[in-house]
Design a protein around this ligand. Structure first.
Ligand code: 13P
Ligand code: ZN
Length: 270
């Protein structure tokens, strides 16, 4: 077997954790990530017949039986993952009952998957139902996005419009808009189900006074979505209290959408 730390998915994931930390979006143990792995990803690196231990969870993941995920450990610091990935990360496979994770690699020292596993796995189920190529869920705490969730109306139409109007790239990168959840207790099945429901229509969901869920077919896509929302939120918050006399108008957004051939939320523009 080759060294799994040199596998493409692992190298990319570890770079992603370091970037998320460097950007200040994953303080302490904030944030978590799950990455759906294919047999091709792991074939040369992992003996999938060897289960290190089984870790139960308390929700129905039967839609994902047999699927493997790279997953962050609960309580681990993104800033440290690059130095001890085999302690801070795990590769799990959803077992035959749909309620147990078979640990195939990692979590050396006895840790287990993120407390947000329900939200992640339910989100994967949702996204796979609308996009068979979907693979990545990133939860992060980007500063300006969270700040905006504290001061902005939480209606998805208004939230999306505010992000679209301060940055030309916004409607191009997330033409379907973004979802927003009101504040909820995190780490349980309830927020998982609510997030997953939102993610059937958008790839992004903001958690008020907490953070964001970004999804995608690749790490870059999920990361790039979060990055683009966060940049727009930063522009929005930096211009709060000022007259945005040059913000992008609905007419201009429509021109942009026509020029880029976007399938955008028409009802979000007048
Ligand atoms: P975990 O350390 O369990 O992944 O939790 C971090 C977090 O961001 C909770 O929302
Ligand atoms: Zn969080």
């Amino acid at each position: 077997m080759k060294n799994i730390l040199e596998a493409k998915f692992m190298v990319e994931a570890i770079r992603t954790f370091s970037n998320l930390y460097r950007l200040g979006w994953d303080e302490r143990n904030g944030g978590n990530l799950t990455y759906l792995l294919t047999d091709d990803d792991v074939r040369d690196y992992l003996d999938t017949t060897k289960v290190i231990r089984e870790i139960p969870f308390d929700f129905d993941g039967s839609a994902l039986i047999g699927k493997m995920f790279l997953v962050t450990g609960t309580g681990e610091y993104f800033k440290n993952i690059q130095y001890e990935p085999e302690k801070d990360l795990g590769i799990i496979r959803i077992g035959a009952t749909g309620r147990v994770a078979e640990l195939l690699w990692g979590f050396r020292g006895g840790n287990k998957f993120t407390s947000e596993l329900p939200s992640h796995l339910m989100s994967h189920i949702s996204r796979l139902s609308v996009d068979p190529l979907h693979r990545v869920v990133i939860h992060s705490h980007p500063t300006y996005t969270v700040a905006m969730s504290l001061t902005h109306a939480l209606t998805e139409r208004e939230f999306t419009r505010s992000l679209w109007k301060v940055q030309t790239e916004s409607i191009v990168v997330f033409p379907e808009g973004i979802s927003v959840l009101p504040w909820m207790v995190c780490g349980n099945n309830e927020i998982g189900a609510a997030t997953a429901k939102k993610l059937t229509t958008t790839r992004i969901c903001v958690w008020t006074a907490h953070g964001i869920y970004g999804t995608g077919r690749t790490l870059d896509e999920a990361f790039g979505l979060i990055e683009t929302v966060e940049k727009a939120a930063q522009l929005f918050m930096l211009t709060e209290g000022h007259d945005r006399i040059n913000e992008i108008s609905d007419r201009q957004l429509k021109e942009l959408a026509a020029s880029f051939g976007l399938n955008y939320r028409k009802d979000y523009l007048d």
